[in-house]
Design a binder for this molecule. Structure first.
Ligand SMILES: *Cc1c(COP(=O)(O)O)cnc(C)c1O
Length: 248
């Protein structure tokens, strides 16, 4: 049973947080909206995931909650961080993460943001389109830096979640189709001096309440991964994304 459930309860029609209640009761009677975060719960959730996933590096998606104290705590516990903008890169650095802890995801990375990421030699850039891979090549050459990249692929799998947070179907903007692979591979082969090709990633969406779609997507992508591994010795990364509501 998660502590979160024990912590939240009603008392005289006031929402009460925390086992000792006192400080929070007062806080929650403030006449303006207030966010209260409990680092014990953050720690508990992270430990729970870590204990289920031995040999796996966990990356916290900063978009969930970029509070500096939460980020610092996660860094302390050994988490990496998934960022989607230059601002988030700055914030991650401020929280104590180093570029080797970071994955840069997201559609619509700007030239400025890609430049920043390549200069810092960020651990992994998740590439979302052929055009973006070409852009990364151009910038890496200009900057004289090698970029570590992973292909974000779209396995075209439906999951049971709200359509606005489902990202694993072909009709949405996230991830590349498998039919893009030949062209992507050709670019990699021509640019091996400036690209370090690390592997593949998927992210189906958030709040997946059951494992079925996730399992299907991982199995589909596993085949692609194994095939790529035969041709690219540098491949060691299989990034399965987030949305793991089913772990609750
Ligand atoms: C949002 C997001 C995640 C994390 O999703 P959660 O629902 O917070 O677990 C992981 N990877 C990418 C690319 C994302 O956009």
């Amino acid at each position: 049973m998660s502590k979160a459930k024990l912590y939240l309860q009603y008392e005289n029609q006031h929402l009460v947080l925390g086992p000792q209640k006192n400080p929070f009761v007062r806080l929650l009677k403030l006449p303006w909206p207030t966010y209260v975060y409990d680092l014990d719960i953050v720690r508990e959730r992270f430990e729970m995931m870590k204990s289920q996933l031995s040999g796996v590096q966990i990356y916290y998606a900063m978009k969930a909650n970029p509070h500096l104290q939460i980020l610092k705590e996660l860094k302390k516990m050994g988490s990496g961080v998934d960022v989607v903008s230059g601002g988030e890169i700055e914030r991650a650095l401020e929280a104590g993460f180093v570029p080797q802890d970071m994955i840069f995801s997201g559609v619509g990375k700007t030239i400025k943001e890609l430049t920043q990421a390549i200069k810092l030699e960020i651990h992994q850039i998740n590439v979302e389109s052929i055009a973006e891979l070409r852009r990364i090549c151009t910038l890496s050459r200009q900057l004289g830096k090698k970029a570590s990249i992973v292909f974000r692929l779209n396995p075209n799998v439906d999951i049971e979640t709200h359509p606005y947070i489902a990202t694993g179907l072909h009709n949405n903007k996230f991830g590349m189709a498998f039919s893009d692979l030949p062209e992507l591979e050709e670019i990699i082969l021509k640019n091996q001096d400036i690209l370090s090709f690390k592997g593949v990633s998927l992210h189906l969406g958030s709040q997946m309440h059951n494992l079925a779609g996730f399992r299907e997507a991982v199995q589909i992508l596993r085949e692609v991964f194994v095939n790529l591994q035969k041709r690219f010795a540098s491949i060691d990364t299989f990034d399965v994304g987030g949305g793991w509501e089913f772990l609750r």
